[in-house]
Ligand binder design. Structure first.
Ligand code: NAG
Ligand code: NAG
Ligand code: NAG
Length: 492
C-alpha cells in the first residue's frame, strides 16, 4: 500500500514537472518589478527548444523565448502602470496564466529571527494586523525554512504563496519586512512586493554563496542549518532570476562571537548577492542594488555588559561606523541599540518594537535606495576632534551640520594606556568620559579620567544594551535618530 502511494506520488511530481508552468516563486497576486527595470519571468516546459510566448494580456506585443534544459526565461517590457494585469505563457502544450499581477518594487527580506519575528508578536499587534489589511497594493511571499547542500533552481516549499495582506497571511509574516513595506508604500504610492526568506538563529555563512565564503575563509560550522551556503542554496539561489529592487537584512546575533570577521563577511555577501541577482535576471536587477540592514539591537538587561554586540555593530558598517561608505556602497542602516525590550515574551533579543526600526530603515531607504534629496536619514557622526583645551575633548558632528540633542551624560569612554602614546592595547583600560557641555553640532567631554596615564582612544555606546528606551546620549535634534556606536583605538 505504502509502495503504491509512493509510486503515485513520484508519478504526480514528474507529471507536473513536465507541464508548461511558472517557477514556484511566481503566482497570482504577485508584484513584479516595475520600470525602468524589466521584470523577468521564468518557468518550465516539457520539451527542450520549445517556443514559449509570454504576454501581458492587453498590453503590448508578446515576448518569445525558447526553453533550455527544460527552463524558459524572458524579460517583459518595462512597466510603470501598476496593473493589475494577467500574464500568460503559452507553448504548443497550451497556456498558463498569472492573475492579478501588479508592477511595483520588489524587496527581499532576509536574516535570522529578528527578521522572521512576525506581525502577531509585535507591540500593539491587534492594531498592526488590522492596519496591514488596508494595504492591498502590498503583496507578500514567504519562503519556507529549508536548506540544501547544493544550489536549488527553484523554491522547494512555499510558506505563504503570493497574496495581498490577509487575516491568514499577515500574522505569520515578518513584522519588520511588512512595516518597512508599508512605509515605502506610503511614500512611493505604488505596489510593493515583499519576499520573506529568513531563518532564526542562522549565521551569515549559511546565507553566503561560494564566492563570499572564499573571500573570508576561516571558522566554518558544520551543524545544519549553519553550514556554509546551505540557505543561500535553498532560499536565495532560487530567487536570483527574479528582478528585485533591493534587499533588507536583520542578522548578526549568531555571528557576534566572531565579530571581527563579519567586517569581511557582510560586504562579501552583499557583493555576491548583487553580482548573482544581476546576472541571473539578465542584467535587470541593479548590479549595485540597495542593501539595507538593522544594526544589532539591545539584548542584555545588564547595562554594563559589553560582549560581542558592539564589535559586531561596528563590523556591520565594515568598521567605518556609518553607511553608505566605500566598503558598503549603496547601503543603508537603522540603528536599534536604543530600543530595548527587556520584557519581551520572546526573549530580550526579540524586541517587539519593530515599528521604530522599520521607520528608521524606511527613512534611510528613501534617502539611499530612492535617492530622495534633502532627507536627513542618519544619526550624528563625529567628523572632527579638538583637544586644545587640556582635559577636554570637543567632538564636532557631521562637519558642523547637525544640531545634536544630548539625552544622557554617559556613553563615551576613553582608553587609558600605561605603555603606548599612540594606540589602545588589549591590556589598557577604558574609563568614562562624561559630557560636560554641548552646543550646536559639538559635544565637549571631560577626558581627565586617565590621570597620569595617556589617553589614546575613544568609544561611544560600546555596550550590548547601552541605554534605556530612546535614552542614549547623542541624537540628531531634527531627525530624532541616535548616533551610531563608534570606536577609535588611536590617539588624537
Ligand atoms: C489559453 O488556453 C485556453 C484554453 O485552451 C484558450 O481558450 C486561450 O485562447 C488560450 N490563451 C492564449 C493566450 O493562448
Ligand atoms: C506599544 O503599544 C502601545 C499600545 O498598545 C503604545 O501605547 C506604546 O507606545 C507602544 N510602545 C512602543 C515602545 O512603541
Ligand atoms: C597583557 O597582560 C598579560 C598578563 O599581564 C601579558 O602576558 C601580555 O603580554 C600583555 N599583553 C600586551 C599586549 O601587553
Amino acid at each position: 500500500m505504502e509502495f503504491m502511494i509512493l509510486i503515485l506520488l513520484v508519478f504526480a511530481v514528474s507529471g507536473s514537472d513536465a507541464a508548461l508552468r511558472f517557477s514556484a516563486s511566481y503566482g497570482d497576486h504577485m508584484v513584479l518589478q516595475r520600470g525602468p527595470h524589466k521584470a523577468v519571468v521564468w518557468g518550465y516546459a516539457d520539451k527542450n527548444h520549445e517556443k514559449v510566448t509570454i504576454q501581458i494580456v492587453g498590453h503590448g506585443s508578446p515576448v518569445q523565448t525558447t526553453t533550455a534544459n527544460g527552463i524558459w526565461k524572458a524579460k517583459l517590457p518595462a512597466m510603470t502602470s501598476p496593473g493589475p494585469f494577467v500574464i500568460t505563457a503559452s507553448s504548443s502544450d497550451g497556456n498558463v496564466s498569472l492573475h492579478d499581477v501588479l508592477f511595483g518594487d520588489v524587496w527581499v527580506c532576509s536574516g535570522q529571527s529578528n527578521m522572521a519575528f512576525n506581525m502577531q508578536s509585535v507591540n500593539n499587534s491587534a492594531y498592526e494586523l488590522k492596519k496591514a489589511l488596508t494595504f492591498d497594493k502590498i503583496r507578500l511571499f514567504h519562503v519556507r525554512d529549508v536548506e540544501s547542500p547544493t544550489p536549488l533552481a527553484d523554491i522547494k516549499t512555499v510558506q505563504t504563496p503570493w497574496t495581498a495582506p490577509s487575516a491568514k497571511s499577515v500574522p505569520t509574516f515578518s513584522a519588520l519586512c511588512l512595516l518597512y513595506g508599508e512605509y515605502l508604500y506610503n511614500h512611493r504610492k505604488y505596489p510593493i512586493g515583499l519576499i520573506e526568506s529568513a531563518w532564526g538563529g542562522t549565521p551569515i555563512e549559511a546565507w553566503s554563496g561560494p564566492d563570499a565564503i572564499k573571500d573570508c575563509s576561516g571558522h566554518a560550522r558544520k551543524r545544519n542549518p549553519h553550514t556554509p551556503s546551505v540557505l543561500w542554496n535553498a532560499m536565495i539561489n532560487p530567487l536570483l532570476a527574479t528582478t528585485i529592487y533591493g534587499a533588507i537584512w536583520f542578522q548578526g546575533e549568531a555571528n557576534s562571537r566572531h565579530s571581527a570577521k563579519y567586517a569581511c563577511q557582510q560586504p562579501a555577501m552583499v557583493k555576491e548577492w548583487r553580482n548573482k541577482f544581476h546576472h541571473a535576471s539578465l542584467g535587470e536587477t541593479s548590479l549595485n542594488f540597495p542593501f539595507g540592514f538593522v544594526q544589532l539591537a539591545a539584548n542584555s538587561a545588564d547595562h554594563s555588559k559589553i560582549g560581542g554586540f558592539p564589535g559586531l555593530r561596528w563590523a556591520q558598517t565594515a568598521n567605518m561606523g556609518h553607511v553608505p561608505n566605500p566598503k558598503m556602497p549603496h547601503s543603508f542602516m537603522a540603528v536599534a541599540m536604543d530600543l530595548p525590550d527587556f520584557h519581551s515574551p520572546r526573549g530580550s533579543i526579540h524586541s517587539r518594537f519593530k515599528q521604530d526600526v522599520a521607520e528608521r530603515l524606511g527613512l534611510a531607504g528613501l534617502g539611499v535606495a530612492y535617492g530622495e534629496k534633502g532627507l536627513s536619514f542618519q544619526g550624528p557622526y563625529p567628523t572632527s576632534f579638538n583637544t586644545k583645551t587640556k582635559g577636554h575633548l570637543v567632538i564636532e558632528y557631521d562637519h558642523g551640520h547637525t544640531v545634536v540633542d544630548v539625552r544622557a551624560k554617559d556613553g563615551f569612554e576613553i582608553c587609558c594606556s600605561a605603555t603606548s602614546e599612540t594606540t589602545c592595547g588589549t591590556n589598557d583600560t577604558w574609563v568614562a568620559a562624561p559630557v560636560l557641555t554641548h552646543h550646536g553640532a559639538t559635544v565637549t567631554l571631560n577626558v581627565a579620567g586617565c590621570h597620569d596615564k595617556h589617553w589614546v582612544g575613544l568609544r561611544y555606546s560600546w555596550r550590548e544594551s547601552p541605554c534605556e528606551f530612546k535614552k542614549c546620549c547623542v541624537y540628531g535634534r531634527d531627525n530624532d535618530l541616535p548616533a551610531p556606536a563608534f570606536i577609535r583605538n588611536t590617539a588624537f
